[in-house]
Design a binder for this molecule. Structure first.
Ligand SMILES: NC(=O)c1ccc[n+]([C@@H]2O[C@H](COP(=O)([O-])OP(=O)(O)OC[C@H]3O[C@@H](n4cnc5c(N)ncnc54)[C@H](O)[C@@H]3O)[C@@H](O)[C@H]2O)c1
Length: 345
């Protein structure tokens, strides 16, 4: 650990917070000082399981009583603006789960709130921290496949995601905002920022409020094209859930990341296979271990940036470029036209 102990307060102790809490509890230099949930029983259970000294029902009370160095907001998006406002009033740095907000305007408002308060803020965007995604970026950076020209970034599944996250069935803006935000961020991370995009989406599963399948074509500023596929309505076998699939073609070769954490790099007549399996922690629960490792790496990145006073990869400002793609994709679906990302207007 390089620096003093940092005290974190976690707001929201639901399904996904388990991963955040396990990561904080196991991280050197971090004290899980307090947890909070509107449902007091959940807060108490989380405090007991992960060793937090205090449990609260009210976030304002937690922030008033505890001496915290930063806050981790792990609630669903409708509550983010108010909670960000509370933390900003106390000038507390914060990491906030995706999706940042239910609308483009609310996302911009959250980023402005933090900017005006002069505090660091990062969106907890873990997918770019997956081991296979980092490995693919390292191959691109190493120049082995040459300048990227085309990519496919796909997450298609028929897995019942509504069992653990029933609120998703009611989201009017669904797969692009819930899953697309991860995949579009990966597209930016691997191929750079985007000049134009076109999207087609549809609602397949009966009884859900929003779209559950979306295909977006991106023209990146550096010249590459990518196809970003998001689907929670794909009855495919074998179902790769919860793994994504990558194919990246460059001027000199290509790479593929397939389910089973296998990366194949083919360049100038040579083909090599790389094991891109995630690390396992004592608390990992396969098949979730890839996501769980990415949560740890995301939080480590936040802590490093906070200690060194540098901007995180997915700072609020940077993340608006990803949300500009999400809301551009919705606009494109409605209009049937290619559009520029919202943040570039
Ligand atoms: N990155 C990923 O891979 C991933 C996976 C799943 C979920 N998520 C995201 O995590 C977030 C949380 O999802 P979840 O499935 O854990 O939801 P959840 O409903 O299981 O948990 C949210 C918790 O927040 C609490 N809460 C809400 N408002 C609050 C407030 N004002 N103060 C204190 N507590 C409050 C609720 O009582 C609930 O216990 C969502 O934004 C979701 O998109 C991310």
């Amino acid at each position: 650990m390089a620096g003093p102990l940092l005290r974190v307060g976690v707001i929201g102790c639901g399904f996904f917070a388990e991963n955040h809490l396990a990561a904080w509890a196991g991280m050197e230099g971090i004290v899980l000082a307090a947890v909070c949930d509107l449902d007091e029983a959940k807060a108490r259970a989380a405090a007991q399981k992960f060793g937090a000294a205090a449990a609260y029902r009210d976030a304002a009370e937690m922030l008033a009583k505890e001496q915290l160095d930063f806050v981790d907001i792990v609630t669903t998006m409708g509550s983010h603006a108010a909670l960000v406002g509370l933390a900003a009033q106390r000038r507390l740095p914060m990491i906030v789960q995706k999706p940042l907000a239910p609308t483009w305007e609310a996302a911009v408002g959250i980023v402005e709130t933090c900017r005006a308060a002069g505090i660091p803020m990062m969106v907890h965007e873990n997918t770019r921290f997956l081991t296979p995604v980092r490995a693919a970026r390292a191959v691109i950076d190493g120049g082995e496949i040459g300048t990227p020209t085309w990519a496919r970034i796909a997450f298609r599944t028929g897995h019942d995601i509504y069992g653990k996250q029933p609120y998703l069935a009611k989201e009017e803006h669904f797969v692009l905002l819930d899953l697309g935000v991860h995949m579009l961020d990966v597209a930016r991370y691997l191929l750079g920022d985007v000049a134009r995009l076109y999207c087609q989406s549809e609602s397949i599963k009966p009884g859900i409020a929003g779209e559950d399948m979306a295909t977006t074509v991106l023209r990146h500023q550096a010249g590459a094209t990518s196809v970003v596929e998001c689907s929670y309505a794909s009855p495919i076998h074998p179902d790769p859930f919860p793994q994504l699939v990558l194919q990246i073609e460059g001027m000199r070769g290509s790479l593929r990341v397939d389910p089973g954490y296998r990366m194949t790099v083919a360049a100038e007549g040579a083909v090599r296979e790389v094991d891109v399996s995630p690390a396992l922690f004592p608390w990992s629960t396969p098949p979730w271990h890839g996501t769980q490792e990415s949560v740890v790496r995301t939080q480590e990145h936040w802590v490093k940036c906070l200690r060194q006073g540098i901007e995180p990869e997915t700072s609020g400002t940077d993340s608006l470029k990803t949300y500009g793609l999400v809301w551009g994709a919705y606009e494109s679906t409605r209009s049937g036209q290619a559009v520029t990302p919202l943040d570039q207007r």
